[in-house]
Write a protein that binds this ligand. Structure first.
Ligand SMILES: *Cc1c(COP(=O)(O)O)cnc(C)c1O
Length: 372
């Protein structure tokens, strides 16, 4: 029985390197609450991501919620976002008592279609939450222009975009805040983890207080905060993984170039080339199957791969404006037809730093053998 090939495989440092990194925790007995490893990782990430401020969280989802909470928007205020994302993006908005307003995506890089943004703005709109989906950079110029015109906050879900640059600028520099996820499956991981990156240093104190129950100093509880602190073992994993991040991205790139080379110029397949001006992190390899031209549908390809022990995933299906918990409140057919079309035909192929090139070739052989 051949080993199953999963859609992803977590990057991990050498076992003994991690042991070495956590060793002094047994001396200090400081396991969490902004310890020395937490502080060190924060500083190293600010350098790597080239942003003045980084606040760490126990996961990326809570980082999104705390970003929204920072502005204390009135309940029921509207946040314009994309339905073509992981459910976390939309859930963060709803869980903060806000109303998601879904903007369609552009069918080329699958990010929020900024040309459709302005018509969705109402007098209840307070913010935009776009997603750099698959690590593709949103139309940051247009989004910034519209946000400035209507005084809206911009919070980027940059969960997929760790290390990406656009026109020489770190993707972490756009918007009021950007959220990165350091979940095990992401390009850079701290087991579970996340961060907010931002220019405005006046956010720091409040973000730090709110993730620690709202406690400010010894005897003062300033905010109705929660608990979203990153612990020292997570930070230690981050410190180790950060040493190898550029090499890990280079290995992903080699796998992507192989996929690209094998699948390009195939009728009925839409690939995800690196955008102009972007240095990619090669986070995902999505392929959109046009069944009419390719001769097999996304679901058929997924099943054939599964028969060969290869797990590809329908990222992102279903759209977050058609998930069960909203009970048909939003209508993707009418409001986000491009997102609906892509969601119904996209398949994300296995991609991780250590994927062997012969496996990539085997996956391509299987897919191309389905072409009619
Ligand atoms: C992973 C992810 C999140 C959530 O991050 P966690 O660290 O898993 O909480 C949010 N948005 C997107 C687009 C993601 O892929």
């Amino acid at each position: 029985m051949q080993k199953k090939i999963n859609v992803t495989c977590s990057s991990m440092p050498d076992f003994f390197e991690y042991c070495e990194e956590i060793k002094d925790i047994w001396d200090s007995r400081w396991l969490t609450n902004m310890g020395p490893k937490h502080t060190k990782l924060q500083t190293e990430l600010a350098t790597y991501l080239n942003v003045p401020n980084v606040t760490l969280y126990t996961n990326g989802h809570l980082a999104l919620e705390y970003a929204l909470e920072l502005f204390q928007f009135p309940r029921g205020s509207e946040v314009i976002t994309t339905p073509f994302t992981f459910v976390s993006t939309t859930n963060s908005i709803v869980r903060c008592g806000l109303e998601p307003v879904f903007c369609d995506i552009n069918p080329v890089d699958y990010t929020l279609d900024a040309n459709k943004l302005e018509s969705l703005i109402s007098d209840k709109t307070v913010a935009i939450m776009p997603v750099h989906v698959y690590g593709n950079v949103c139309n940051v110029e247009k989004i910034e222009e519209i946000a400035a015109k209507y005084s809206l906050k911009v919070i980027y879900d940059a969960a997929h975009a760790f290390g990406v640059t656009y026109k020489g600028k770190s993707v972490a520099q756009f918007g009021d805040l950007s959220m990165f996820s350091f979940h095990a499956t992401k390009v850079f991981n701290t087991i579970e983890g996340g961060a907010l990156c931002y220019h405005n240093s006046s956010y720091t104190q409040q973000l730090n207080d709110r993730k620690n129950f709202g406690i400010h100093g010894q005897d003062k509880v300033e905010y109705i905060g929660g608990n979203a602190k990153m612990n020292e073992f997570q930070a230690a994993m981050g410190l180790c993984n950060l040493r190898y991040i550029d090499a890990e991205i280079a290995k992903r790139k080699a796998a992507v170039l192989c996929y690209m080379d094998r699948l390009k110029d195939t009728d009925g397949l839409q690939l995800n080339p690196v955008q102009d001006g972007v240095i990619s992190n090669y986070a995902y390899f999505p392929v959109v199957f046009d069944a009419q031209y390719f001769g097999a549908s996304r679901d058929e390809i997924k099943d054939v791969l599964a028969e060969h022990g290869i797990v590809a995933r329908k990222y992102f299906y279903p759209l977050t404006n058609s998930i069960d918990c909203f009970h048909g409140k939003y209508i993707p057919q009418e409001t986000t037809p491009e997102a609906l079309r892509i969601s119904n035909s996209v398949l994300t192929l296995p991609l991780y730093a250590d994927i062997p090139i012969d496996i990539v070739n085997r996956i391509c052989d299987i897919i191309l053998s389905c072409k009619k």
